[in-house]
Design a protein around this ligand. Structure first.
Ligand code: FAD
Length: 267
């Protein structure tokens, strides 16, 4: 083992202060990504700042036309929240299908969004719903937040405090998951807000989460699975690995999009 110091501040403000003072410090949320990374020596922070006691980073509330989710809310809390289930059922469904029960009770929305794993589920919901990621310093719309594989617009010392999701008229999510890891081979979140329709894809893009604009156009004519018939996503720019080649993933994008729309319209 190598040495590091452990800190457990009581608020996001205190956490930000520690982060500014400690060289090579890292924030610890659920630890589901960070701790394995440290065990593999891919990260070796000299200080860990655990957000677990920051009460101001917890809680889920509805404020008019938005749902505000604290960064330290676990996936299980989002999945089981009556507020989320009522306002954006597709988001509760997404959270209920992340990993396994252990992962859902430790992993947090803030950690997931900050990590921006290309196969993680939340980035699809953030992009499709037009979420705002709020940090201790500023507000970033999802379109500007996710910048590449495991990359975000977060700057040094910045802490995600909450994620704000607009309440949309219809939303749905479908993922084809790897049976071993439960991560998505392909996941698609669709959202309809007035005439604005967004389709966001995870697990497939070489650059991480992306919008499928052709599907959005097709769904504008009529928001129904039938509108997607005959539409194919090209295999260019799509990931290929030992689990699935680019052609297969591209095919899954079409299938998952139809399923997500069917869920959104209640069929
Ligand atoms: C076996 C397994 C299966 C999984 N399956 C899925 C799946 O199906 N779908 C899915 O989406 N995910 C899956 N995950 C990922 C998991 O759900 C967590 O979301 C993910 O590990 C990150 O969240 P965390 O709270 O554990 O963050 P941590 O591991 O604590 O942190 C991750 C990174 O984010 C940074 N960070 C954490 N919180 C903040 C914050 N508030 N502000 C700024 N930076 C922050 C940390 O410094 C670190 O760099 C799986 C994980 C495991 C181990």
């Amino acid at each position: 083992m190598y040495a590091f110091t452990y800190h457990r501040p009581g608020s996001a403000r205190q956490a930000a202060g520690l982060l500014a003072r400690k060289e090579d410090a890292k924030i610890l949320a659920g630890g589901h990504t960070l701790l394995p990374t440290m065990k593999q020596r891919l990260a070796a922070p000299t200080a860990l700042i655990d957000l677990g006691a920051c009460g101001d980073l917890k809680g889920i509330v509805r404020k008019g036309r938005v749902v505000v989710i604290g960064a330290m809310s676990t996936h299980a809390e989002v999945a089981e929240s009556a507020i989320v289930q009522e306002a954006i059922p597709g988001l509760a469904y997404l959270a209920s299908h992340i990993g396994d029960p252990h992962v859902r009770h430790r992993g947090t929305i803030g950690g997931s969004v900050a990590n921006n794993d290309p196969a993680a589920d939340y980035p699809a919901a953030c992009l499709a719903l037009g979420a705002t990621i709020v940090t201790n310093q500023r507000k970033l719309v999802a379109d500007d937040f996710f910048t590449g594989l495991y990359e975000t617009a977060l700057e040094e010392g910045e802490i995600i405090t909450k994620v704000v999701f607009p309440v949309v008229s219809r939303a749905g999510y479908a993922k084809f998951r790897n049976p071993a890891s439960r991560y998505a081979l392909v996941g698609v979140f669709v959202a309809k807000r007035g005439s604005d329709i967004r389709v966001a894809v995870i697990g497939a893009g070489e650059g991480g989460v992306f919008r499928w604009l052709e599907a959005e156009t097709a769904l504008k004519a009529r928001f129904a699975p039938k509108s997607l018939e005959g539409l194919k996503h090209p295999a260019t720019g799509i990931n290929a690995d030992m689990h699935a080649d680019a052609e297969y993933r591209a095919h899954l994008i079409g299938v998952m999009t139809k399923q997500a729309v069917a869920q959104a319209v209640g069929r």
